[in-house]
Design a protein around this ligand. Structure first.
Ligand code: SF4
Ligand code: SF4
Length: 348
C-alpha cells in the first residue's frame, strides 16, 4: 500500500498552515508549456502537491492607500512560511522513501536559459500547476486568482515521484476575471496586455495571463523605481529612475540602477533576491496587480481608486517611507543633498 494517500497529501499543507491545497499529475499537466514539466525539477516526478497561504487581507487597503507599509513585511513572512511548509513536507516524504523537490514560492529561476537567472523562468510555474488542480484560475494579470483570497496569497509546492490521483480543475466559467484591467491600471510599468490568451493543458483550454517581458515588472516590483508616468502616484519605492517604453531596454536597466538601490537604507523586513547583485536585499514595494484583484469587482474599483489617490512615496535617510502629495515629493527630492538624490533619480 502506498504510504502517501491523496487525503494525506492534501491535508499536510493545510495542517501546516496553508489554506488551499491540490494535487497535479503528469496527466493533468500534459500538453502544457515547458514550465509545467515536473521532470525539470525532479527526474522521475509523477505529481505535485500544491498549496496557497494567504496574506493578511486587513493590510491591503492601508498599503494601497500609502497609510501603512506593513503588507510588505507580511508578504515576506508569508512567502518564507510557504517555503517552510514545502521544505517540511518534502523532508517527511523523503524519510518515507519518496523522491521530492520542494519548490520555493519566489526567487527560484532556471539557469539554463539564454540569460540565465535574468530570464526569470521558474523551474516550475506554480500558478499554472495550481490552476490545473482546482486551487484557482489564472487572471489577465497572469496571477492565480481565487474566490477565497483574490490574488493575495503565496503559492508553494512539493514535486514528488509519489503516484497520486489529481484533484479536478475548476470550470473555466467560474473564473471571476472579467478583464476589468484594474491590474493593468495599477501597474506603473504597463506590464499587462488586454487581449485574452488561452493555452491547452491537461486536455482542455485554460485561460492564462497576457504579460510583457518579466524584467519589465521586476524593475519596479523589486523597489528600484516606482513613479507612475502620470507623476501623480507611485509604488512604495522612492525611486524616480526612467521607465522606458521598449521591452528590450528592461533587459539591462535594472543592472544600471541596482547599485544605487542597494545603497539606500531599508527599514523593516527584507528578503533576498539573487537578481539584486550586491547585498541582494529586497523589500516588496509594488505587487499592486496582486492586491487590487479582489473577487468583488466593486472592491477592485475601490482599491484602484485608493491607489491612484495615494500620493508619491519619499524615503528618509533611514529608509522610512511615507506617501505625500506629488508636489511635496518633488520638493522633497529637490531638497536632498546630491549624494542622496542620486540614489533615487538621474535628474540633477
Ligand atoms: S484585476 Fe481584473 S483583469 Fe486583472 S486579473 Fe483581476 S479581474 Fe482580471
Ligand atoms: S508587481 Fe507591480 S510592476 Fe509588477 S506587474 Fe504587478 S503592478 Fe506591475
Amino acid at each position: 500500500m502506498d504510504l502517501l494517500t491523496e487525503e494525506l497529501a492534501l491535508d499536510m499543507p493545510l495542517n501546516l498552515g496553508a489554506s488551499l491545497s491540490g494535487i497535479a499529475t503528469l496527466e493533468s499537466l500534459c500538453g502544457g508549456p515547458e514550465t509545467v514539466d515536473l521532470g525539470y525539477a525532479l527526474a522521475g516526478a509523477k505529481s505535485a502537491i500544491v498549496f496557497g497561504v494567504p496574506f493578511d487581507d486587513s493590510l491591503i487597503e492601508p498599503y494601497l492607500g500609502k497609510r501603512d507599509y506593513s503588507l510588505s513585511a507580511n508578504k515576506i513572512r508569508t512567502t518564507t512560511f510557504a517555503a517552510g511548509i514545502a521544505f517540511e513536507i518534502s523532508t517527511v516524504l523523503t524519510s518515507l522513501g519518496y523522491k521530492t523537490c520542494p519548490v520555493a514560492p519566489n526567487f527560484a529561476f532556471r539557469k539554463d536559459t539564454p540569460n540565465g537567472i535574468f530570464d526569470r523562468v521558474p523551474p516550475a510555474s506554480l500558478k499554472l500547476i495550481a490552476a490545473s488542480c482546482g486551487i484557482g484560475h489564472i487572471g489577465q494579470s497572469g496571477l492565480l486568482i481565487t474566490k477565497e483570497f483574490g490574488a493575495a496569497f503565496s503559492l508553494g509546492a512539493v514535486i514528488t515521484d509519489a503516484v497520486l490521483k489529481p484533484t479536478e480543475p475548476l470550470p473555466e466559467e467560474e473564473n471571476y476575471c472579467n478583464r476589468c484591467m484594474a491590474c493593468k491600471l495599477a501597474c506603473v510599468a504597463d506590464f499587462i496586455n488586454p487581449e485574452p490568451v488561452s493555452i491547452d493543458m491537461g486536455g482542455r483550454s485554460v485561460r492564462v495571463g497576457n504579460c510583457r517581458l518579466a524584467a519589465r515588472c521586476a524593475y519596479p516590483c523589486g523597489g528600484i523605481t516606482g513613479l507612475h508616468p502620470s507623476g501623480r502616484w507611485s509604488t512604495w519605492s522612492g525611486g524616480r529612475f526612467p521607465m522606458p517604453e521598449d521591452d528590450d531596454e528592461y533587459r539591462t536597466i535594472s543592472r544600471k540602477y541596482v547599485g544605487r538601490y542597494l545603497e539606500r537604507k531599508r527599514s523593516g523586513a527584507i528578503c533576498y533576491n539573487p537578481l539584486l547583485a550586491g547585498t541582494y536585499e529586497m523589500q516588496y514595494t509594488c505587487s499592486n496587480c496582486q492586491f487590487v484583484c479582489h473577487p468583488d469587482p466593486e472592491v477592485r474599483r475601490s482599491r484602484l481608486k485608493t491607489l491612484r489617490n495615494s500620493g508619491v512615496v519619499v524615503e528618509d535617510a533611514d529608509g522610512n517611507k511615507r506617501g505625500v502629495p506629488p508636489k511635496e515629493a518633488e520638493a522633497f527630492l529637490a531638497g536632498l543633498p546630491e549624494e542622496r538624490r542620486r540614489l533615487y533619480t538621474d535628474d540633477s
